[in-house]
Design a protein. Sequence first.
Length: 274
Amino acid sequence: MSRLSNTRASFAPPDFLPGTVWLVGAGPGDPGLLTLLALHALKTADIVVYDALVSDAILRLARPEAAKEHAGKRGGKPSPLQPDISLRLVELARGGKRVLRLKGGDPFVFGRGGEEGFALAAAHIPFRIVPGITAGIGGLAYAGIPATHRDTNSAIAFVTGQGSGGALPDTVDWESLSRGAPVLVIYMALKNLDTIAARLIAAGRARTEPAAIISKATLPEQRVVETTLGAAAADAAAAGIEPPAVIAVGPVVRLRRELNWIDALAASALMPPR
């Protein structure tokens, strides 16, 4: 048997035991970006407690007998309170269920996985963290934008553009971010994009700096608007861009001209319509 065959045969997922919770990242939307552990959890869980950003295509991968419970939070819309979600996870685990808490992207990147993990630890509920591909990496890649490139940036900053109440978070030092990171990736920023751009420009970023807005990243409905920092908010509104969206600011956006692989494949007829 070849070394490759031995490697394939050696993967054995850990047991998903009754009375435990797995906090799993589902990635940005494309089911192909799920990890093996995430897929194993979907095929094993008794109940899937899922976020608003988890796609239907991913939910369909759950075993047919599994119950599904929506616990999504969307800014500006009626949503379950985070303490209630955490208590629900504890309640289900204490009832002997294999509980899959399925979160868009990565549970520890603007996903409140830490808060849920703290609640489970305080209740002495065993849990496992399964990382996922965050939209700031996967979304950029599907837009043909590398998060880093040795000719453009050796640093990158990920930042949220929206606090828990929907307003611009007052804990973000936009001036330091503007000076410290050549590339910024901003999550949940559409609502406050005009203000964010104004603060970055006031801190020294050029109005003409390249920017890209990626809506519904990795899904068939993905849209990408290439623009500049100064025009980003107006261009997003004119294009009718809807959340969820991630915004990239910096010189890596220019690399999309050569690395826009999705459109290139579609043009070459090597890829079916998305």
